[in-house]
Design a protein around this ligand. Structure first.
Ligand code: 6PG
Length: 250
């Protein structure tokens, strides 16, 4: 896979609302382009909240064909779905409870059973849906970036980064909730489109490392490994997160 062939687009916007609106438009366009079946993996963390809230309002609420969606997650923490640290909980509160996606098309990761068992179950659900041994090809994967350059639950220096066969792997975070599971890089890099949403000055150093990184750099941050060979990577970021992209010293 040659990273140099991946198309990378960067949009720098004034603030989180503008980032949310730009990303909501990308989601709506991707959904329309996908036709009758749209497979999306949602991002976790706090940044996507404004995006999810915006998707649940007009013009997106009536403009999106919600019944064509299959909703997945890029990763999950091993806490109950009612826990405020749970990625499903955020999406359920801000989006899924407000839009008419059929329940059977919401593929919640059951992290509460523990990372190993949840990874096997989620992998089986992906294989059932996308067809046996084929690497799942998502129409759209939404991702965040941590200030250490992690994405999904792929943390620097962890074994999960090395996975080349499984679609879903258990992971350990350096901070609570420690026990997690995540899509592996082969799945993320099979996506037709990956959109990173990055907001805040605290992300500026990581964002510069991720965008500037060369695949040969052994120390590169996990988010820099997201380079779908046949897909598009878009960074939709605010001005605060982009402050170091002008080449200024970190
Ligand atoms: C998670 C996410 C993770 C997140 C980043 C950024 O489960 O935590 O998958 O990769 O996107 O940590 O998180 P914030 O949006 O909260 O800064």
């Amino acid at each position: 896979m040659d990273a140099s062939t991946t198309e990378i687009e960067i949009a720098i916007l004034p603030d989180v609302d503008a980032v949310a609106l730009a990303t909501a438009n990308i989601v709506a366009a991707s959904s329309l382009a996908a036709g009758d079946e749209f497979s999306i993996a949602l991002a976790g963390g706090e940044t996507p909240r404004r995006l999810y809230e915006m998707l649940a309002t007009e013009p997106f609420l009536s403009g999106i064909a919600w019944d064509t969606w299959n909703v997945w997650w890029g990763d999950e923490r091993c806490v109950p779905p009612t826990d405020e640290m749970n990625n499903y909980a955020l999406a359920a509160e801000s989006l899924l409870s407000k839009v008419p996606i059929p329940a059977e098309r919401v593929h919640r990761i059951r992290g509460e059973v523990g990372s190993q068992a949840a990874a096997v179950a989620y992998e089986n659900e992906l294989r059932d849906h996308f067809g046996g041994g084929n690497v799942p090809e998502f129409d759209l994967i939404l991702l965040g970036v941590g200030d250490d350059g992690h994405t999904a639950s792929l943390f620097p220096g962890t074994q999960a980064l090395q996975e080349t066969r499984q679609f879903v792997v258990p992971s350990v975070a350096p901070w609570p909730p420690y026990d997690r599971l995540t899509l592996s890089l082969p799945v993320i890099n099979a996506a037709r489109r990956v959109v990173f949403i990055v907001v805040g000055r605290e992300k500026a150093h990581a964002l510069r490392m991720v965008i500037a990184s060369d695949r040969e750099d052994a120390q590169q941050p996990p988010a820099a490994l997201v380079r779908p060979a046949n897909g598009v990577v878009q960074f939709v970021v605010d001005e605060a997160a982009a402050v170091l992209l002008t080449g200024a010293p970190a």
